[in-house]
Ligand binder design. Structure first.
Ligand SMILES: Nc1nc2c(ncn2[C@@H]2O[C@H](COP(=O)(O)OP(=O)(O)O)[C@@H](O)[C@H]2O)c(=O)[nH]1
Ligand SMILES: [Mg+2]
Ligand SMILES: [Zn+2]
Length: 292
């Protein structure tokens, strides 16, 4: 009877795959473990007991966070991938994801992909918007390989989720990374396959990193926070919010608003402020229905 710990990399209906550091093992989810099966998600750290040639999950260790859509636990970093014109960039969609991550205290990196076909000037303009907002930005081309090793460097040792709209190149980036793995032998591809019941598979990379390619992020719903709190989830506004004259300032039309002053001084990108107003409207709408 041996015990070991590992990271769940895929969940199926009757078993899950667990990476134990040296190998991937198949763990049964049956009998008295049924109740656990509903609780296990990709990314979970688990204690496994090996008995009579079978691996059984004994315990799911406490999670530091959990993304519901996609269902991934213990996320260290989300790479928000976007193109510029193929498909057209949607800043509100990107910022909705970033706000969601800020609210959950999950680190994010913005990845401007398809650099080989997009206008370099526009790519730089977008890079500057997100850098100014306080994000790390990587410019990549999954096709030419530009920026891929820089991106891999930022993922090192972390449990990573690739997020972003359909068609921006998430799967291609993942395969560019696993290609690199084959050619250099530094990373190891454990498993490819689509038939995971819960839709998420993590791929092991160098230095204990895990990467999930997740179509599920496109279903991220509206922002769920109190309207006066939204500003806290825009990194460039966080420190300004407490300086506004009104304690529940929405940074819309109020007098003596530190956020709007910063906007006028060029310290906040107008593009970001615009998505802020849009997401604020979503929050306000949601509040309205809450009390009706
Ligand atoms: N030119 C170019 N095409 C790319 C790049 N990355 C992905 N693509 C293409 O964009 C399409 C969508 O890519 P995919 O990885 O499936 O996007 P996903 O939906 O985000 O997973 C595919 O036809 C890819 O070949 C890139 O960096 N440059
Ligand atoms: Mg994909
Ligand atoms: Zn304000």
């Amino acid at each position: 009877m041996a015990e070991l710990e590992g990271r769940v990399i895929a969940v199926h209906s009757s078993y899950c795959l667990v990476w134990t550091g040296g190998e991937t093992i198949r763990c049964s989810l049956r009998g008295r473990l049924r109740h656990i099966s509903a609780q296990v998600a990709a990314g979970d750290l688990v204690r496994v007991r090996r008995r009579d040639g079978e691996n059984l999950i004994e315990e799911v260790l406490p999670r530091k966070n959990y993304l519901i859509r996609p269902p991934v636990a213990n996320v260290d970093l989300v790479v928000v991938v976007t193109a510029v014109t193929h498909p057209p960039i949607d800043l509100t969609y990107i910022d909705r994801i970033l706000v969601h991550l800020e609210s959950q205290d999950i680190e994010a990196v913005v990845c401007l992909n398809k650099a080989d076909i997009e206008d370099p000037q526009e790519v730089r303009r977008l890079r500057d918007i997100y850098r100014k907002a306080g994000y790390d930005v990587v410019i990549t081309s999954a096709l030419s390989g530009e920026g891929i090793s820089e991106l891999v460097g930022k993922m090192r040792g972390q449990n990573v989720v690739l997020a972003g709209a359909s068609g921006v190149g998430k799967s291609k980036i993942l395969s560019a990374i696993t290609q690199e793995d084959i050619s250099t032998g530094r990373l190891s591809k454990i498993r490819r396959g689509r038939h995971t019941t819960k839709g998420v598979t993590l791929y092991a990379a160098q230095g204990g990193a895990f990467i999930a390619d997740t179509p599920g992020f496109s279903r991220l719903r509206i922002v769920e926070c109190e309207p006066p709190n939204l500003g806290y989830y825009y990194r460039e506004m966080t420190d300004l919010v407490p300086l506004c004259h009104f304690p529940r300032c929405l940074h819309k039309t109020e007098e003596s608003c530190a956020v709007r002053e910063a906007l006028l001084e060029g310290k906040i990108a107008p593009e970001r402020y615009e998505t802020y107003l849009r997401l604020l409207d979503e929050c306000l709408e949601r509040e309205k229905y809450k009390y009706e």
